[in-house]
Design a binder for this molecule. Structure first.
Ligand code: APR
Length: 235
């Protein structure tokens, strides 16, 4: 433990499950009753923009009724106390990590509370419904879309993430099924560079075999226990 200075933490939908945000691969593989390819691909946005925009409007509106849970709060405590490098990489598009107080955070799959202009590429903070053909406040083109990384699009912040993985002494994955790349491959990258690897998840994931240690259980219990053990070592 004394050798750990730089930490990279990857979170997925499981970290927000106890806040009441649905995971992606729920019953029947549906996400809130939809097949992922009907709401989370560039083709879907082209074919049926009304459906895709409405879907993300509903997810954005839902944020008003959910709160960070014990896992988000524990990760924020760690961020505030940890003297070494720390990067929290979330695949989640909710804002629960930042509402809990995490600052060293990147959203690799985008954010519900942001709109992206398909014409000029600028981003705008967005709280309300976002109908198709909303005008971009920067360039005026009616081309604002949800700022979500769809399947087939390049995740955000990959340069920052890869640099952090190369320097990590510890990589921790929390509440993710390990089904979606490149995030599912971060454990292999971290191992390649010599990091210890720990998984905290409700069930064994598709990536479990890659981790030095896997602990199974709800994030709201496992994450505070892990953070407290690290903080105890800080003295
Ligand atoms: N605590 C810990 N883990 C949990 C909890 C919980 N309370 N509840 C569920 N889990 C675990 C599940 O066992 C599962 O392994 O969280 C994982 C959630 O998996 P997914 O629904 O596949 O979510 P995620 O891994 O974040 O998906 C990755 O896929 O659809 C895309 O872009 C989307 O970012 C998303 C990506």
């Amino acid at each position: 433990m004394a050798d750990i200075r730089n930490i990279v933490i990857l979170t997925g939908a499981g970290v927000s499950a106890e806040s009441g945000v649905a995971t992606f691969r729920g019953p029947g593989g549906l996400w809130e009753g939809h097949r992922v390819e009907n709401v989370c691909t560039p083709q879907a946005l082209f074919r049926d923009p009304e459906l895709v925009h409405r879907f993300y409007d509903e997810r954005r509106a839902k944020l008003a009724s959910v709160e960070p849970n014990a896992a988000h709060r524990a990760l924020a405590r760690l961020d505030q106390k940890w003297p070494g490098e720390l990067l929290l990489v979330t695949q989640n598009v909710d804002d629960l990590h930042e509402r809990a107080g995490s600052q060293r955070l990147v959203h690799m799959h985008g954010e519900l509370k942001s709109a992206l202009c398909a014409a000029c590429g600028n981003r705008t903070d967005w709280e309300d419904a976002l109908p198709p053909e909303t005008e971009c406040p920067d360039c005026g083109t009616p081309a604002l879309r949800p700022d979500i990384v769809f399947f087939g699009e390049m995740p955000y912040h990959m340069d920052v993430i890869e640099r952090a993985l190369a320097r990590a002494d510890l990589f921790v994955s929390i509440g993710t099924s390990g089904a979606v790349y490149p995030a599912a491959g971060f454990v292999q990258t971290a191992r390649h560079y010599g990091a210890a690897t720990l998984e905290l998840n409700l069930d064994p994931s598709e990536a479990s075999a890659w981790f030095g240690e896997s602990r199974m259980g709800p994030a709201g219990t496992l994450v505070p226990a892990w953070v407290d053990s690290l903080n105890r070592n800080l003295g």
